[in-house]
Design a protein. Structure first.
Lengths: 64, 466
């Protein structure tokens, strides 16, 4: 991880408005680092047109 | 059957016994309640026992059947619900102090369908808090334990469902499955568990965890029992935005058709990539040979690396569950168990880009699994590496490094997947295989699972509870 990852961790908590108990800080920071390491595979570039799953499949509205 | 049975029979056996006049809804319900009460201090499977409600429903069912108005094969048979399903007039706690006083105003769609089929609800079952986290001792109710060995984890999050079915309290219980929460307790408790296709069974009236990964389905003593219950559960619910309007076949009509001529892809290398050890791998190899002896064509197939499925599952489930729980995590975090609170907090670390990229990866992974199903009717994998761990060895931190389930693959893709016993570990705990099928083809999955169940001795093994 980069030098600034602990600051990123604290920023994410601040932005979310949640607090980690002081005695669990190191455990949560380690979990944050593990999570970001797992997420690295999502940095692989996709072609522009690769659609996400769960896009809308709209159906005509039927009167109840 | 004139006295209370020690264990309840399977759903199919109970149905046949009612039809033959050998037992009755009242006898079965009293037996289920008695066994639930007797085992509660040992297993902690229940949050709420609804004995009076069950007795009244059983008397009503008995009168209807006696009057020639039998509704079908489920009529008069006891069941239980994971305590995140709504039942009008009963608490839905999600095993959490946050919902301690939450009484449901109406039935979940699934509850309503089982009630309409005449089933008798005896109670609401333990879960991991909000169907996430892990076994926790800092909630209002203790965690459920594994009937095979009380020192071991029963799987989760539908922990009470797995324990109650394995212990013979009820022949069937509903669970929910966001990354394996039906199939893992089924695996660890040695019963059958089906995660249907996404959209096949309504989620309305069930406390959500992750909207695009949540599935509802049964855990039952046998694959046949799963088929019987699916007949009542499956079908479009216009009030569930994730529900699919697809025709529902007669599952029992094809259940006994065997596997002759079916093509089964065996993801052996994928299992190894996921950490399956030699003992479990040997059990799965033997399962593949059983299918071959029964007439199926079994071929090894490749799947994308499990790390991609894990990344996809984590980004989506953490992001979606955080959206649900952020307000409570801000305002009253002390009401969550520590493990739940910390695992839900992981959602604060998911960026919008990661969430969308995970959904794009999800489509690619789904296409890769669909490609297997172009040439194969079924996919055979392990459920999770190893048998049930000891409770005191469970990871209870915010991030699970080990015990990664293989089940999450089919939450990502939405395909139907069944888990059922395929052997026992060296310490006598159940091992499990997983059979997945094409979208909305639960019938073939159940058909193959039933054929395997009939050809192997695992159904006859029961936990040593008495």
């Amino acid at each position: 991880m980069s030098e600034g990852d602990e600051e990123d961790f604290r920023s994410a908590l601040r932005r979310a408005g949640i607090t980690v108990q002081a005695e669990r800080y190191d455990v949560m920071l380690a979990a944050y680092r593990d999570f970001q390491a797992l997420m690295a595979c999502l940095d692989e570039p996709f072609a522009y047109a690769v659609e996400p799953a769960c896009t809308l499949q709209l159906l005509p509205l039927v009167a109840r | 059957m004139s006295t209370l049975p020690a264990r309840l029979p399977t759903l199919a056996e109970a149905s046949a016994a009612i039809a033959a006049g050998a037992t009755s809804p009242v006898i079965l319900t009293e037996a289920a309640i008695a066994r639930a009460e007797a085992l509660q201090p040992t297993l902690s499977a229940f949050i709420t026992l609804a004995g009076d409600r069950a007795r009244e429903a059983a008397r009503r069912a008995e009168a209807e059947i006696a009057a020639g108005r039998k509704r079908g094969p489920l009529h008069g048979i006891p069941y239980a619900l994971k305590d995140i399903y709504d039942v009008a007039g009963l608490p839905t706690t999600a095993h959490s102090r946050l919902l301690r006083n939450n009484v449901a105003g109406e039935d979940a769609e699934t509850t309503a369908r089982l009630e309409a089929a005449g089933m008798i609800l005896i109670g609401k079952l333990a879960t991991h808090e909000f169907a996430t986290g892990g076994p926790a001792w800092d909630t209002e109710w203790p965690p459920a334990l594994n009937p095979w060995n009380l020192d071991h984890f029963p799987g989760g999050s539908s922990s009470g469902s797995g324990a109650a079915v394995a212990a013979g309290i009820v022949p069937m219980a509903l669970g929910t499955d966001t990354s394996g929460s039906i199939r893992l307790p089924a695996a660890y408790c040695g019963v059958a568990g089906l995660k249907p296709t996404y959209g096949r069974v309504s989620r309305r009236g069930v406390v959500p965890l992750s909207f695009s990964l949540d599935h509802c389905g049964p855990l039952a003593a046998t694959v046949q029992d799963c088929a019987l219950v699916m007949q009542a559960l499956a079908g479009h619910d216009p009030r569930d935005p994730g529900a699919a309007d697809q025709p529902v076949p007669d599952y029992s009509a094809t259940l006994k058709n065997g596997v002759h001529g079916l093509r089964i892809g065996y993801a052996k290398a994928f299992n190894a990539d996921a950490g399956v050890d030699a003992v479990q791998s040997a059990a799965l190899d033997e399962a593949a040979r059983v299918f071959e002896r029964l007439g199926a064509v079994v071929e090894e197939v490749a799947l994308p690396p499990i790390s991609l499925f894990n990344a996809c599952t984590r980004a989506i489930s953490h992001g979606e569950s955080f959206a649900i729980h952020q307000k409570d995590l801000r305002e009253r975090p002390e009401l969550y168990a520590r493990v739940t609170r910390e695992r839900l907090m992981m959602g604060a670390f998911v960026s919008s880009t990661q969430y969308v990229q995970a959904q794009r990866l999800r489509r690619r992974l789904t296409e890769a699994v669909d490609a297997v199903f172009e040439k194969h009717d079924l996919l055979l994998t392990a459920t999770i590496p190893g048998a049930a761990p000891r409770m005191d060895e469970m990871e209870t931190g915010p991030w699970r490094r080990n015990q990664q389930p293989i089940t999450a693959v089919f939450n990502v893709t939405g395909h139907p997947a069944l888990c059922q016993p395929c052997g026992f570990s060296q310490n006598g705990l159940p091992l499990s295989l997983q059979l997945a099928g094409r979208n909305f083809d639960e019938a073939t999955v159940l058909q193959a699972g039933h054929a395997y169940e009939q050809a192997t001795p695992w159904l006859g093994r029961r936990p040593p509870l008495g």
